[in-house]
Ligand binder design. Structure first.
Ligand code: ADP
Ligand code: MG
Length: 278
């Protein structure tokens, strides 16, 4: 991938992650190579989509980048800081700069906490501001993600799926991160909700100069959103190009299959639309 445009926010070098699992029947140990020597540069202010089939290592990769998961080997560089070498305090400090939004906000958000408490919590953990300042910040963030302030007292289960995902985004923004990672964060939402949240994410990105990584299992989701696409297969990045190049000239056979599948889906949706008007 050409790295000439824009500065690099994060650089991943030879990153590997292995899990040791027990075979369900024989109980013998099996090593799963979830990531195999991944190299990747993440450009500041850009949106990178990571696509690939289920089990290809997408979530493992982004969990390593979000410092939620320890790597087996390799390095993750943030400027001249090697994140894989950080001790506890260093990791704690980095949490302000990298935040993640998950696919299922119901399990990611504490069901017993009110919306405003959910947004304030990362600030409290990091010891930022007084109670009053944190509360004011939470209300500002609710406004930013278009949740009415009068819902500050609601529990996650009292919100719709789309509203819960906005809440998760507000929480992720609380610490003023530079990099936001979405792991299939829109895939449980219906089309209308996906579109409104995508629009919101674009606004937030330009307002706060955010860098995004979006994990998606289907290429249609990223067509409208990504500057670059990295395609994963069996723990490796098999293709990494600008979005335009990937859609025009998919090189790897796996990318061609992904693209063909998403194009035929698109054709089906289009056919239905035409049929509705006929
Ligand atoms: P994706 O997000 O692309 O679906 P994952 O990163 O979740 O893929 O998984 C990649 C591989 O690593 C899969 O074979 C999966 O079974 C394995 N894996 C992921 N997480 C764990 C874990 N916590 N323990 C053991 N194996 C795991
Ligand atoms: Mg996943």
């Amino acid at each position: 991938m050409n790295e000439q445009n824009g500065s690099i926010l994060m650089r991943v070098s030879n990153l590997s992650k292995e899990y040791v699992q027990r075979h369900p029947l024989t109980r013998s140990k099996v090593t799963v190579h979830a990531l195999r020597r991944v190299n990747l540069a993440i450009r500041q202010g850009a949106t990178l989509a990571v696509v690939g089939e289920s089990g290809s290592g997408k979530s493992t990769l982004v969990r390593c980048l979000a410092l939620i998961e320890r790597t087996t080997s390799g390095e993750i560089w943030w400027g001249d800081v090697n994140l894989t070498a950080l001790a506890k305090q260093g990791l704690f400090n980095m949490r302000r700069r990298v935040q993640m939004v998950f696919q299922d906000p119901t399990s990611a958000l504490n069901p017993g906490m009110r919306a405003d408490e959910i947004i304030e919590e990362p600030l409290a953990i990091q010891g930022i501001g007084t109670n009053r300042e944190r509360r004011r910040r939470a209300l500002e963030l609710m406004e930013e993600v278009r949740l009415p302030a009068k819902w500050a007292g609601k529990l996650p289960m009292e919100l719709s799926g789309g509203q819960r995902q906005r809440l998760a985004i507000a929480r992720a923004l609380a610490l003023g991160p530079e990099l936001l990672i979405f792991d299939e964060a829109l895939s449980n939402l219906d089309l209308a909700n996906q579109e409104t949240i995508l629009r919101l994410l674009k606004e937030l990105q330009s307002a706060h100069r955010l860098t995004y990584i979006h994990v998606a299992h289907d290429l249609r989701m990223v067509e409208d959103l990504a500057d670059e696409v990295a395609v994963m297969d069996e723990g490796e990045i098999v293709e990494h190009k600008t979005a335009q190049e990937i859609f025009m000239h998919p090189e790897h056979s796996y990318t061609q299959e992904l693209l063909a599948a998403s194009l035929s889906l698109k054709a089906i949706v289009e056919e239905r639309r035409v049929a509705e008007f006929a």
